[in-house]
Design a protein around this ligand. Structure first.
Ligand SMILES: *[C@@H]1O[C@H](CO)[C@@H](O)[C@H](O)[C@H]1NC(C)=O
Ligand SMILES: *[C@@H]1O[C@H](CO)[C@@H](O)[C@H](O)[C@H]1NC(C)=O
Ligand SMILES: *[C@@H]1O[C@H](CO)[C@@H](O)[C@H](O)[C@H]1NC(C)=O
Ligand SMILES: *[C@@H]1O[C@H](CO)[C@@H](O)[C@H](O)[C@H]1NC(C)=O
Ligand SMILES: *[C@@H]1O[C@H](CO)[C@@H](O)[C@H](O)[C@H]1NC(C)=O
Ligand SMILES: *[C@@H]1O[C@H](CO)[C@@H](O)[C@H](O)[C@H]1NC(C)=O
Length: 459
């Protein structure tokens, strides 16, 4: 794969829709690539925008089988012999031009063709990654690739054999890249998208999440992170020729920039909901007078949090835990283990529960204003309980400066809270006594001091 560093990309204004038919109603631009080297056999031209749709087309007239519409869209142009120039048409239905970046990439005959084996989408060869999200998960889907071939020859047959010359040997590496937290701006997104376009950049910048072979379905699910920008890309690799090609990256914030409800800007922070869920769960317990019950309920909550933290670490992405049975047995095992371990010393258990849960509430409160990944500790488990498909999603999250700071604050609050409580309770009775007893004791004390002063020795 080589870059078209020295080639000139001219984006010229076309005479709007004069000869081109009615479709070209908005801003229509032509992108022309000159001086294409003869060793280049196919090109991928792509256009990216934040949320407004743009259309990229082979022809001025838009045909469903020769154009793509969306926010991260590209086309593969297979070059004819002697062809040294290529043209694409870019447009948007919006009245104003859409803020965008366009990138042309060139590949040679040894490189695999992304989306070359497309049977699902409209276009013949479709290098795009189709992304869908809901509250629970974000799913990406792409068409399988085909082997590259020389200019002017016929493409390799799609589904013949399984040997060296078959597309079945191709391997797909799925990469994920997190944008800076709490940044939803167009500039930052477009800048980072450009780091996810070329094979070498993707390998250098992003994290490889999963490797798919031709036997796997070309679909992967991740947990949704509303308000957090994520860019996905897929690199197809030919293990015999050791060549690769990149698909067209797709991005999402798992929220809408246009919708009135669930809008990115006014994002009702999910953690706020968790926060209130916690309180909804804890409040009835708090007023329960029965001390043992409080201790057990509290320790189950502590166990729940500890178990959630365990599965929040990379441990949670182990393949065994994708089985719902194994996951829930292990999860409940840890939840029950905590009360069992501390059964003998309920006081320590209570102190730990208060310290850890209290400080976690602070983390959630912080998250209501600033995005941090820590709120997803408990959210992931709730999502898994509520969504039966969630077991196959990848749940690891960005861990950036905010998260380290919040984690440090959480740790400090928990430790200082626990230390203070232990100090304060040293020499105090096992549980705080009944209020009447306290009152009776203090009135007794008052009475004693009163009588002591009245005692004859003071007179
Ligand atoms: C084409 O050849 C030139 C020089 O030989 C090289 O720099 C470039 O990377 C090649 N392009 C591709 C797509 O292989
Ligand atoms: C696209 O569709 C048009 C008619 O709908 C057809 O004439 C044309 O051959 C198709 N092009 C390709 C590349 O399939
Ligand atoms: C963008 O295009 C897609 C597919 O054509 C369509 O489903 C979606 O509603 C469009 N979005 C906007 C904001 O126009
Ligand atoms: C893409 O951005 C350029 C300016 O950088 C603008 O002229 C063009 O109209 C935009 N394309 C679309 C489809 O909006
Ligand atoms: C495959 O190519 C990459 C770079 O394109 C190189 O780093 C790697 O060493 C190559 N592997 C083999 C086995 O040749
Ligand atoms: C309150 O204090 C008095 C005086 O010491 C004592 O006799 C009484 O039993 C106490 N009542 C309770 C409920 O502890």
């Amino acid at each position: 794969m080589g870059l078209l560093r020295l080639l000139v990309l001219a984006v010229l204004t076309s005479e709007r829709g004069v000869a081109g038919g009615g479709e070209a109603s908005g801003n229509s631009k032509e992108a022309i690539l000159h001086h294409i080297s003869s060793n280049v056999t196919f090109l991928i031209f792509q256009i990216h925008s934040q949320y407004q749709n743009t259309t990229i087309s082979f022809y001025r007239t838009l045909l469903p089988n020769a154009s793509e519409t969306g926010t991260n869209r590209g086309l593969v142009s297979i070059l004819r012999p002697e062809q040294s120039m290529c043209t694409w048409y870019l447009e948007t239905l919006d009245a104003e031009p859409v803020h965008n970046v366009t990138v042309p990439l060139s590949y040679s005959e040894r490189d695999p063709i992304p989306g070359g084996c497309n049977l699902e989408f409209d276009l013949g060869i479709d290098p795009d990654i189709y992304l869908e999200y809901n509250f629970f998960e974000t799913t990406i889907k792409f068409a399988p690739a085909n082997l590259g071939y020389a200019r002017g020859t016929d493409p390799p047959l799609r589904d013949v054999g399984a040997g060296r010359d078959s597309r079945w040997k191709l391997q797909y590496d799925v990469y994920r890249y997190f944008l800076p937290e709490n940044d939803l701006t167009e500039e930052v997104l477009l800048k980072h998208l450009q780091r996810m376009v070329r094979v070498s950049q993707v390998k250098a910048n992003a994290v490889k999440v999963v490797i798919l072979t031709a036997d796997d379905k070309t679909t992967v699910s991740f947990s949704s992170l509303p308000g957090q920008g994520v860019i996905y890309n897929v690199i197809v690799w030919d293990p015999f020729l050791n060549t690769s090609a990149a698909y067209v990256p797709a991005h999402t914030f798992a929220c809408s920039f246009k919708a009135v409800d669930g809008n990115c800007a006014s994002l009702g922070r999910v953690s706020t909901k968790v926060f209130f869920t916690h309180f909804a769960l804890l409040t009835p317990i708090k007023y329960d007078v029965h001390l043992i019950l409080t201790a057990i309920a509290g320790s189950v909550v502590l166990g729940f949090l500890i178990s959630s933290v365990t599965f929040f670490t990379p441990l949670g992405n182990l393949k065994v835990f994708r089985d719902d049975g194994v996951f829930w047995v292990t999860f409940s095992g840890i939840v029950i283990l905590i009360p069992l371990v501390f059964m003998g010393c309920l006081r320590i258990l209570n102190i730990l529960t208060c310290g850890v849960m209290g400080s976690y509430s602070v983390v959630l409160a912080v998250d209501s204003y600033l995005y941090t990944s820590l709120s997803h500790i408990t959210l992931n488990v709730l999502r898994r309980a509520l969504n039966k498909d969630f077991h196959s999603t990848f749940t690891n999250l960005p861990f950036q400066t905010n998260d380290f700071i919040t984690l440090a604050v959480w740790g400090m609050l928990a430790v200082s809270g626990i230390t203070l409580q232990i100090r304060g309770e040293r020499g105090q009775p096992f549980f705080s006594p009944h209020p009447y007893k306290l009152w009776n004791q203090s009135s007794l004390l008052r009475a004693r001091t009163y009588y002591a002063r009245m005692a004859p020795s003071h007179i």
